[in-house]
Design a protein around this ligand. Structure first.
Ligand code: ATP
Length: 369
């Protein structure tokens, strides 16, 4: 089967890192029999807004609905603003999540060879943060109260349906994993502020109801403020985390620091029918156009896309084979000491991408046919 991959290169380093992810996938197509991905490159983002006064054309929205999966770089530029003063990327990404019902923001946090976390002694990190992605503090995005030049508000919205579906996703994920590094216990931790906000006390209550349906998986709670400290001190205690949208936005950047920074943190925005994969970081305008971004987060996001397609198409053996190949190629390339400058290496973004693609071909040649 041919899978249509709607591909958004975006702004800043976006085009550079997406090109390396596509390079890795095309290398996989050369060596994995039956892997058939068709990339359609779509317009959207800050540069598009500057030229056309729209975040994305209608044709992009249409293509996103029709695609089998979406691969995205990063978007936005601090100098290109909407009339309300906000940057462009939120208007695109938040709308994609809402329109396509991408409710689970999945951010795996684990080590790749040669990466150094904020605490170099801490190596037991293997967790997944699941960020509720359609409501919470982002629910009123672009709306809220606006009274002359005096008052603005954004409102936290927590619904039963929204909380149930993201909690169920988190428990399903925990079941498929092998537990927290500390003791192998499959665990879902609800990170909230249930002691202060009614909306988040409700989030915890609904989480507990879903936890009761999953008696084989351990569940617990943490308050987001003290949790931020505990995550840095004892990441080995955590397996799957589930949290409100804004908390998840902040915590995923914090968690990335545990394993070597934003250049290594992939993500998937996943719903029941659609999904979009992109690095957890932004468009890094400070290093854009210099061929020095780290494309690992984007390449690993593309690997997550293959995994997600494999779950939806269990009869297609090419998909899990390609996912495994791309993951092994990133690990082997980094093990060999090939790294970008943010990790103390000397490779350019495209040089690292070439090395990964070559490793995909080499590993694939050993397994194909
Ligand atoms: P946004 O709000 O759009 O997510 P941000 O404010 O989180 O963006 P980023 O664009 O993610 O900011 O960049 C934060 C810092 O991390 C910058 O100094 C940037 O150069 C660095 N950075 C981000 N991504 C990468 C990458 N892939 N490789 C190397 N450095 C990166």
């Amino acid at each position: 089967m041919t899978y249509q991959v709607a591909t958004l290169r975006g702004d800043g380093i976006g085009p550079e890192i997406v090109d390396e992810a596509v390079k890795a996938l095309r290398a996989a197509q050369e060596v994995v029999p039956g892997l058939d991905l068709e990339f359609t490159f779509l317009a959207a983002g800050a540069d598009h807004y500057a030229a056309h006064a729209e975040v994305a054309p209608d044709s992009t929205w249409q293509a996103l609905h029709e695609a089998d999966a979406i691969l995205m770089g990063s978007m936005g530029h601090p100098d290109i603003r909407m009339p309300d003063g906000t940057e462009v990327q939120g208007h695109f990404i938040v709308n994609v999540r809402k329109k396509l019902h991408l409710y689970a923001g999945v951010r795996p946090i684990k080590f790749y060879p040669g990466a150094r976390g904020v605490n170099p002694a801490q190596k037991d990190v293997d967790l997944v943060l699941v960020r509720e992605s359609t409501e919470g503090l982002f629910a009123s995005f672009g709306g809220g109260a606006e009274i002359e030049d005096e008052v603005y508000s954004d409102t936290m919205i927590v619904t039963r349906r929204g909380t149930e579906r993201v909690a169920r996703y988190a428990f399903g994920l925990a079941r498929a994993r092998s537990g927290r590094p500390l003791d192998g216990a499959r665990t879902v931790t609800c990170v909230d502020k249930a002691n202060i906000f009614r909306s988040l006390a409700f989030f915890r209550k609904v989480f507990d109801e879903v936890a009761a349906e999953h008696g084989d998986i351990h569940s617990d709670h943490a308050l987001v403020d003290s949790f931020s400290m505990l995550l840095m001190q004892h990441p080995e205690r955590y397996d799957v985390l589930v949290t409100e949208n804004m908390f998840g936005d902040i915590l995923s950047d914090l968690a990335a620091a545990l394993v070597g920074g934003l250049g290594l943190a992939p993500s998937g925005d996943i719903g029941d029918r659609h999904a979009m994969f992109q690095p957890a970081h932004g468009s890094a305008p400070d290093i854009a156009g210099q061929d020095r971004a780290n494309p690992v987060a984007t390449i690993v996001s593309a690997r997550m896309m293959l995994d997600w397609l494999a779950q939806r198409h269990p009869d297609d053996a090419a998909l899990p084979a390609a996912a495994d190949l791309v993951e092994r190629a990133v690990v082997e390339t980094m093990e060999a000491g090939d790294r970008t400058v943010d990790l103390g290496g000397s490779l350019t973004c495209s040089g690292f991408g070439d090395a990964v693609a070559a490793t995909v071909r080499r590993l694939g040649a050993g397994t194909a046919a």
